[in-house]
Design a protein around this ligand. Structure first.
Ligand SMILES: Cc1cc2nc3c(=O)[nH]c(=O)nc-3n(C[C@H](O)[C@H](O)[C@H](O)COP(=O)(O)O)c2cc1C
Ligand SMILES: Nc1ncnc2c1ncn2[C@@H]1O[C@H](COP(=O)(O)OP(=O)(O)O)[C@@H](O)[C@H]1O
Length: 312
C-alpha cells in the first residue's frame, strides 16, 4: 500500500498525483473497528470487481484535535497503526488529507469538485452517517448529486454486533473501564499501543521484575489504570507479558503521570531505545497501594501467573 499526503489546496489539482480511476472509501476511521472495516472492505470488493484501484481517504490530525485545540482525548489508531491495518485489508493507496483550519472551511461542492473528482474517484464508499464539508453541511444525497455522471456513491449500513451499532465512542468508553474483551470484539483485534523503551527508576530489577517503561509514540486513548495481560511485538518476535499502567502508589504520593511498564515473561536482555507494540489483551486488576514491597512482589508474581494463564 502506498500512502500519499495531501494538503489543500496546493497539491490537489496538480497532475503530479498520477491518479488513476479508483474506488474511494472516505472517513476518519479512528479505531478501524468492525464498522469501519465493513466500509473499507466494500470499497475493496467493488474495486476488485471493476478492476480499478482500492483507495481510502482519511484526515489527519483528527478534526476534533484541531477544533478543540489541545483538549482532545487521543487516538485509538494513530496514523501508523491505521496504515498497517489498512494494508492488511487489501487497500492499494491511502490518501491522508491534512486537516487544518482552511480545509475545515471547504464547502461540500469544493470537497467534491476540487478533491474527489480530480482524484478520479469513480465510486465513493461512505458509512450510513457520512457528513462532509464545512460544519458537516453535506450528506450522502448531496455527494451523489455532486458526483453527477462521473462518480457513484455507495453507502454502507451500520455494522451491528449483538444488535448494537459498533462505534469509536463506545470503544473509548470500554477502554476507560478496562473492558478489554468487549473492546477487542468491537475492534476486531486487541487494543494496542506503541512506544519506545525509556529509562525508569531502576527499581524493577531490584524486586525481580524488570519492566520496560514506554514512552508512547503518539497521543493514544489511555485506558483504565491497572494491570493487564499483554502480548508484545518486539521486532519479529511475539512475547507474553504483564503490564502496569499507573502511578505506582506504593512508592509515590499523588501527582505522578501514569506510566506504561511491561514485564516480559520469557525474556532477558536489554530493551532501552527499542520500539515495542503492546496488545492489551485482558484486564487483570486495579492498581493498589501495598503496605510493603514484599506484598507488592508477591502480587506481581501472581499477576505474572494470571497473565501466563490468560494468554496461553
Ligand atoms: C504486573 C505489575 C503490577 C504492578 N502493580 C502495582 C501496584 O498495584 N501498585 C504499585 O504501586 N505498583 C505496581 N507496579 C509497579 C511497580 O511498583 C514498578 O514496576 C516498580 O516500582 C519498578 O519501577 P521502575 O520500572 O520505574 O523501576 C506493578 C508492576 C507490574 C510489572
Ligand atoms: N523480562 C524483562 N521485561 C522487561 N524488561 C526487561 C526484562 N529483562 C530485562 N529487561 C530490561 O530491564 C529494563 C527494566 O529494568 P528496571 O530495573 O525496571 O529499569 P527501569 O526503571 O529503567 O525500567 C528494561 O528496560 C529492559 O531493558
Amino acid at each position: 500500500m502506498k500512502t500519499v499526503m495531501l494538503t489543500y489546496p496546493q497539491t490537489l489539482t496538480s497532475d503530479e498525483l498520477h491518479t488513476q480511476p479508483q474506488v474511494l472509501a472516505i472517513g476518519q476511521f479512528d479505531g478501524l473497528h468492525l464498522g469501519h472495516a465493513s466500509v473499507i472492505l466494500s470499497a475493496v470488493r467493488i474495486a476488485r470487481e471493476t478492476g480499478v484501484q482500492a483507495a481510502v481517504m482519511t484526515f489527519h490530525p483528527h478534526p476534533k484535535e484541531v477544533m478543540r485545540k489541545g483538549d482532545y482525548e487521543g487516538y485509538l489508531t494513530p496514523l501508523q497503526d491505521k496504515e498497517e491495518i489498512l494494508a492488511g485489508l487489501g487497500v492499494d493507496i491511502l490518501y491522508v488529507v491534512e486537516f487544518n483550519d482552511e480545509f475545515s472551511k471547504l464547502t461540500p461542492e469544493q470537497f467534491a469538485h476540487d478533491l474527489l473528482l480530480p482524484l478520479q474517484t469513480r465510486t465513493a464508499v461512505v458509512g450510513f452517517d457520512f457528513r462532509f464539508g464545512h460544519q458537516g453541511a453535506g450528506d450522502e444525497q448531496l455527494l451523489r448529486s455532486l458526483g453527477g455522471n462521473d462518480m457513484t456513491v455507495e453507502t454502507v449500513p451500520p455494522f451491528l454486533l449483538n444488535g448494537e451499532k459498533v462505534s469509536s465512542s463506545l470503544i473509548r468508553g470500554l477502554l476507560k473501564h478496562g473492558q478489554m474483551d468487549e473492546a477487542s470484539q468491537w475492534l476486531g483485534r486487541p487494543y494496542s499501543i506503541r512506544g519506545t523503551v525509556v529509562h525508569g527508576e531502576k527499581r524493577g530489577r531490584t524486586i525481580g521484575f524488570p519492566t520496560a517503561n514506554l514512552e508512547l509514540l503518539d497521543r493514544y486513548v489511555i485506558p483504565a489504570k491497572g494491570v493487564y495481560a499483554v502480548r508484545v511485538q518486539y521486532g519479529e518476535q511475539m512475547l507474553r507479558g504483564v503490564m502496569n499502567l499507573g502511578v505506582k502508589p506504593t512508592f509515590h504520593e499523588s501527582g505522578m503521570k501514569p506510566t506504561f511498564e511491561v514485564h516480559l515473561l520469557d525474556f532477558e536482555g536489554q530493551l532501552y531505545d527499542q520500539e515495542l507494540k503492546v496488545e492489551l489483551v485482558h484486564y487483570i486488576r486495579e492498581e493498589r497501594k501495598f503496605a510493603s514491597i514484599d506484598a507488592l512482589i508477591s502480587q506481581i508474581r501472581e499477576d505474572a501467573l494470571t497473565a501466563a494463564r490468560l494468554l496461553s
